[in-house]
Each structure stands twice: as C-alpha cells, then as structure tokens.
Write a protein that binds this ligand. Structure first.
Ligand code: GCB
Length: 600
C-alpha cells in the first residue's frame, strides 16, 4: 500500500503545483493600524460543538423563551497575544478547539480599505467578522490577513475566531515535536488601514554578488496600469521612479553606494516607498550572502557563524514569546554569549525578532516546521509546507539579518521525503534567490569506525548543510568525540546546527554525571574540540539558548516537562556551559578581528 502511494506520488507530477503568490501586506509594523490586542472572551470547545451552536453569530437571547446555550459576554477572558496553555492552569495540556471573541468599535473612513491581520494563530483558525466567515488559515507561525472593507461597520463590530491546535498527521508540523503545542492567538491582531490603491509589498536588496547595485520590485494593490512609484533612500541621496504594469507591479535596478550591513556594523537605512496616494517607510540593511566552496561569504568575505539555536519561548513568564521585551531578552542573551548569528528553530518566530536581529547585527537562520516524520506523500501537506515557506519569505524578505531559509529539521532519508524537500528547496529559490537554502540533517553514513559522512541525498539541493549531532549524549560516550571525524560529501559549507546536553540550572556534580552543569560544560568542551576539526565548518548553533517546555521530557525534579539543554534556564540563570561557549566565541571573534585587520 505504502509503495503504491509512493509510486502515485512520484508519477503524479503534482509536485510541480505551487501555491498562489503570497497575498500578505508587507511591513505591517509601519502601517496605520488599530490594535485588537487585549482581553478576548473565550469558550473552550473540546468536542467541536461550537460550529453547530453557531458561536460565530455571538448571539444573545432575544426574549425570555429564546434558548442560546453559550454566552461570550460571561465567558472567561484570555489575553491576546498569548497562548492559552500558559495563561490558564486547566489549559496547560489542552489540545483542541477554543473560540475567541472580541467586540470593538470602529469608524469607517472614506477612500480607506481595512484588513484584519493576525500575526499568528496556532495551529489553524477560522475567522468570522460580524457573524460572517472571512476564511481559514492553516499553520501556527505565519501571518495572514483578510480584507474586511465591505464587512466592517461604523460602530459595533465583533470578531470570532475558532482556533484549533490538535496535532494532525498531515499537518506541518505533524504529531510529534520536542516543543510545546502552544495554541491560541499567539501574536498581534490588528486592523490595518490602507488607501484604495496601496503599496502591498516591495523588495530592495543588493544584487547577488554585487555590493554597489540594488534590485527589487514593488507591488501596488488596486491600481490602474501606469502608476508612478518612487523609491527613496534619503541618506544615500537615492531616488528612483518606476512605472507599474497592468497588474500593479514594477521592477527596478539602480547603482547605489551604501554602507554595508554586517554584525559589526548593522547599518539600516530609512527607505521610503511612495506612490498612488500611499507611502510606507522601512528600515533596511544591505548586504550580500553567498557561498564559495566550503565558505559562507558575507559582503564577499568569509564569515564564521558564532550561533545559538533558540525557541520562541518567553523567559521568566513562560509561554510563547511575542513582545518586544521577550525578543530583547532572548536576543540580548545571544549577544552576551558572543553570537553573530541565531538559528530561530523550528518555525518562523514573530516579526519583532527578525527586525530586532536587523538592529542588533545578528544573522538569522529562519525555518519552517517540517520536522521529523511528516506526511511526505500527501500533496496537501507539501502544499501547506510551501504556503508556510512562502509566507515566511514574504514577511521577512527585506530583513538583512535573514541569510538562510531552512526547509526542514531531522527528516528520515527516504525517496518520498527527498522528493518533498527537493520541491521545497526549488520553491524557496523561486521565491528568493538571494539567500541561501539549508536544512538541519542528522543522518550520516560511516564507511569506517569513527568517521561519519554527511551524505544525505538532499544535500545536493542545499547551499549550506545543517548538521545536528549528539555524540556523547544520545549516542556513544563523551570520549568518542575525541577521535570522531566528520565530513560532508558535497564540498559545501557545513553548520553544526545542533549539539547539546541537558542540565537543570544549579544541579552540580562531577563532570562525568549526566544532568549536572559540570557534565554539560564538559560536553561543550569536547564538542567544540571535535566540531572545530571539521574542514567545511562554517558555523555552529548549539542546542539551545534557553530551557523550553517539551511534552516529551518526563523526569521529575530534573526535566519536569522541560528540555533542559538550555545554556540559560527559563528563569535566566546562566549555566556553566554558557561561559564555556562564550569563551570559545570570544576567541573566534578575536581571530576574525585579527584576520580582518591583517587584510586591511
Ligand atoms: C533535536 C531536535 C530538537 C530537539 C533536540 C533534543 O535533534 O532537532 O528539536 O529538541 O534534538 O533536545 O533532543
């Protein structure tokens, strides 16, 4: 049966089908908007009865004989943004449907179009405005919006959202993850106001391999053909006027002498795009990213990525991170560790994170949640993975920090999976050919004892290879690291995208005993020695910045449903290994500094 399904999959040609272009509005943070954040009413609906009861109508009894068996107005509230699991004790493990309701006042304005925007709804959502369905969205970490110009009213309005976080075999991610299945309206909700014709999105980047030419495009929505759009970078005295085609699109390319963005000098320019009665501003950095042999080149020069992997989980209060403070804490810790790079695992993080990375000078690996076992032969699963990738790229394609799009993490070697990932890599390149495509791999072959070769066939389609390995933790003994040799079969740059060992903060003991801070630090020392011997090593992002909630970590008193591989606890305590890695990164930074001084 499985073979037949696979054969159909390989022969069907469906793999060529790709989703519609992204319909997102770019640069939401700099648009005119009205926040719908705050308290929302909530009804927990474990048996999915709400649709039958028509919760979306937000009905009230009209008289004393009118039977309405739900009432948002007297139901408990939840904060938005925010996952439900960390807000209410009884919802900690809840996986299912929950209905949100928010009543609000609105004043319609002439010549203005209104969109209802969600930063994310985990994992899927159906949205209603004033009792009418607007649409659905599948995927818990990407933004979406609906135009509501004709549906929103002056005066009272209400929005109802059915959110469901049930794990499903055919979803992305599927049923098994080593992170908490946080559900809810986990990011900002806003009404976004735009003129009748508006600048939907635009892209400005240095041409691949060039440090003095900018290329890009702009897309108007609602435009007649032949509209003029102006792109300005005032600080660099750049002003370029383009004319849109019948579909509202225009492309451009112009010479530009710009100070380049880099971790040492994260220069952002104010960019103004205006035309057809709309105007948006953005803060954009300009840099190039390429590979040459086994090196990653930033602005034409080799760079070693001193990184750390991280989840989008809030320090101190727990739950999904969503605020500027949450993002600042996490990326601030990465800076303190000496990083010039972060791996935002295992799904797109909130937009504030990549914007902050732009300002702090942190390079970013950005990932879609194709994780472990996935329904490789299901066309709808591939399509959803593509949609998530598309919307991740659409949101962040102007962020200088983002250099790597990752299409997957730790997937089995299997023809159907390789076909699936091949499709994703091709699609990623069609969306953005200026960045590098990667995936975190973990299957190696071992032609002789002690030597491991990363030769996963998907490597052929990637620009940079990510490799997760846990030698001395899940596999083998710590001493095995002393002799282990790692190679890659592709002659491409390799990032050790994960290694790690668990220790609750404050648990001290001898360096040979697992779960102690001493073991974790010892493990880091061994790992650093081992991975720095890899000839193609272009960077690393050990696992993981901070302890995080995981449903598969059971040890009482040690894990308590938390993955304890953090270098920092969720209460902000730095563990010994934090300082081990910090010291190594200091050395690497000093070396890089010395070699760049020499080159001058
Ligand atoms: C991995 C996964 C990551 C896990 C980690 C672990 O390989 O990519 O999601 O959390 O190992 O701690 O086991």
């Amino acid at each position: 049966m499985k073979q037949i399904a696979l054969l159909c999959f390989l022969l069907s040609g469906w793999s060529l089908a790709q989703p519609e272009p992204a319909n997102l509005i770019g640069n939401i943070p700099n648009r005119t908007s009205i926040s719908l954040n705050g308290t929302w009413r909530s009804i927990v609906d474990p048996y999915d009865a709400g649709e039958g009861f028509r919760f979306y109508k937000n009905a009230k009894p009209k008289n004393n004989r009118d039977l309405v068996e739900y009432d948002f107005d007297t139901s408990p509230t939840l904060n938005v943004p925010g996952d439900w699991n960390s807000q209410r004790e009884s919802l900690l493990f809840y996986e299912g449907t929950l209905w949100y309701e928010k009543s609000f006042q609105y004043q319609k304005r002439e010549h203005t179009r209104t969109y209802l925007y969600f930063g994310a709804a985990a994992m899927r959502a159906t949205v209603y405005l004033n009792g009418e369905k607007l649409g659905q969205h599948e995927g818990g970490y990407t933004t979406f919006n609906f135009e509501v110009t004709d549906k929103i009213q002056s005066g009272d309005n209400f929005v109802v959202v059915e959110v469901n976080n049930q794990r499903r075999k055919d979803a992305v991610p599927a049923t098994s993850t080593d992170w908490w299945n946080y559900g809810g309206l986990t990011r900002d909700v806003k009404l976004v106001e735009v003129p009748e014709t508006f600048i939907q999105d635009y892209s400005l980047q240095l041409v691949k391999g060039s440090t003095d030419e900018v290329a890009g495009w702009v897309r108007l929505n609602g435009a007649k053909a032949g509209q003029q759009v102006t792109i300005e970078i005032p600080e660099a005295q750049i002003k370029k006027v383009v004319t849109t085609d019948a579909k509202g699109n225009a492309e451009f390319r112009f010479p530009a002498r710009l100070k380049l963005w880099s971790p040492n000098s994260p220069k952002l320019y104010n960019v103004v795009v205006s035309g057809a009665g709309d105007k948006v501003q953005d803060q954009i950095g300009f840099r190039t990213i390429e590979t040459r042999g086994t090196k990653i080149l930033l602005n034409g020069k080799p760079i070693f990525l001193r990184g750390i992997s991280m989840h989008e989980e809030a320090a101190f209060r727990g739950g999904r991170a969503f605020s500027a403070e949450d993002d600042q804490t996490l990326l601030g810790w990465a800076k303190e560790l000496g990083c010039n790079y972060v791996r935002l695992a295992h799904y797109p993080h909130n937009e504030g994170m990549t914007r902050l990375a732009d300002r702090l000078g942190l390079l970013v690996w950005s990932e879609v949640p194709v994780y472990w076992d996935t329904a490789w032969t299901n066309p709808a699963t591939l399509e959803n993975a593509e949609e998530q990738l598309r919307d991740n790229v659409a949101r962040d394609h102007n962020r200088a920090s983002v250099i790597l799009w990752s299409v997957a993490n730790e997937t089995p070697i299997d023809p159907a999976r390789t076909e699936f990932l091949k499709n994703l890599t091709t699609y990623a390149r069609s969306l953005d050919d200026t960045r590098l495509i990667t995936a975190a791999l973990n299957r190696t072959s071992s032609p002789e004892p002690g030597t491991r070769i990363l030769d996963d066939p998907i490597g052929e389609y990637l620009d940079v290879l990510g490799m997760n390995e846990y030698l001395g933790w899940y596999e083998g003994k710590l001493e095995d690291t002393d002799k282990a040799i790692w190679k890659n079969a592709f002659g491409k740059p390799l990032i050790v995208s994960e290694f790690g060992a668990g220790a609750p903060a404050g648990n001290h003991g001898d360096p040979d005993s697992v779960w102690t801070e001493e073991f974790q630090a010892n493990f880091y020392e061994h790992q650093i020695k081992m991975v720095t011997k890899i000839e193609s090593l272009a960077g690393m992002s050990p696992w993981v910045l901070m302890d995080f909630r995981s449903p598969r970590r059971f040890l009482p008193g040690v894990q308590d449903f938390r993955n304890r591989k953090g270098l920092i606890s969720d209460r902000g305590e730095r563990k010994k290994a934090f300082y081990t890695l910090q010291e190594f990164y200091r050395k690497k930074a000093a070396e890089a500094e010395a070699s760049s001084a020499e080159a001058k």
